[in-house]
Design a protein around this ligand. Structure first.
Ligand code: MN
Length: 130
């Protein structure tokens, strides 16, 4: 399965790392450094997965997640939050905002792939239900 993944992340080093980890699997990566760029990418169709950083210049990831969820509901591909400041209660906040999963920075490579695997299992479950 050739995954198409959108990464919305303003930190260039983290973006580069995530891109490398995705390309290493032979997957396709679209990159957006802020919400405006993400909107432009999504205008051309949904990827299979979206990684969305919380702290971004301009509109933040939390409010964008809420907006995406409100506009697209369950049609939205799995939405994974990336956050630099993981604190107690954060996970609940992310899920309430419309995220499906969250990944705290810095992360181990295995954790990165693990959250993708979890999201893909959910997609396959949905396919099975249909
Ligand atoms: Mn950021």
């Amino acid at each position: 399965m050739k995954l198409r993944v959108l990464v919305v992340e303003d930190n260039p080093l983290n973006m580069e790392l995530m891109e490398e980890l995705l390309l290493a699997k032979g997957w396709e990566v679209s990159k957006a450094f802020d919400v405006e760029e993400a909107k432009e990418v999504l205008r051309h169709g949904f990827p299979d997965l979206i990684f969305l950083d919380i702290q971004l210049p301009g509109q933040d990831g939390l409010s964008y997640a809420t907006q995406l969820r409100r506009e697209h509901g369950e049609a939205l591909p799995p939405l994974i939050a990336i956050t630099a400041h993981a604190m107690k209660g954060d996970e609940e906040k992310m899920l309430a905002a419309g995220f499906d999963y969250y990944l705290a920075k810095p992360f181990e490579f295995a954790e990165f792939y693990r959250v993708i695997e979890l999201a893909l299992n959910d997609i396959n479950k949905d396919v099975g239900k249909a």
